[in-house]
Design a protein around this ligand. Structure first.
Ligand code: SF4
Length: 170
């Protein structure tokens, strides 16, 4: 995927995260259909991030595409999560950041997934295999978002904690 192509794509860190949870959610988020903000899951996640974030130097927004937590004094980018429940999503979101920084900005970095409440640090390296995976996700997100209607709701284990559950299932 060439530089211009990637930076013009719709995909961003948030959509990559949801892509690995629910394709329908990708469409809803991208089309501005916001979930209720009082959802407990969202609030706890935000609180964990805000509390833990104080220990970090800075948060950088790059090209309105990715928001990264830069670990102090190291060539590593961090991503803070509240639990390892959505580990695949978190890992691929961080992979997308690494891929974007390498492809668009020419920066080769490593990533660290931080789950402070579980005292976990998981190292993420951009392998050729992960690059292919993230390119596929970026292309599919483009197709999902450009569809006129969202993918149909499909019951999964994620629906229980999803902020859209009433929208999808009531
Ligand atoms: S409730 Fe389930 S189907 Fe609906 S958006 Fe959430 S995860 Fe997807």
């Amino acid at each position: 995927m060439v530089e211009k192509e990637l930076s013009n794509f719709i995909a961003n860190g948030t959509l990559i995260w949801y892509y690995y949870i629910c394709k329908r959610e990708v469409w809803l988020i991208a089309h501005g259909i916001e979930p209720p903000q009082e959802n407990e899951f969202i609030s706890i996640g935000r609180l964990v991030h805000e509390e833990y974030y104080r220990k970090f130097k800075k948060e950088l927004l790059v090209d309105n595409k990715i928001k990264i937590d830069v670990l102090e004094g190291r060539k590593v980018i961090g991503e803070i999560k509240k639990s390892s429940k959505y580990l695949e999503s978190a890992k691929m979101q961080l992979t997308f950041y690494l891929y974007y920084l390498k492809t668009v900005k020419g920066e080769r970095l490593e990533g660290e997934l931080l789950i402070p409440e579980e005292r976990k640090r998981i190292r993420v390296k951009l392998t050729a295999e992960l690059e292919k995976e993230v390119e596929k996700a970026v292309r599919e997100i483009e197709q999902i978002v450009n569809s006129l209607t969202p993918p149909p709701a499909t019951k999964t284990r994620y629906c229980k904690n999803c902020a859209y559950r009433e929208f999808c299932w009531s």
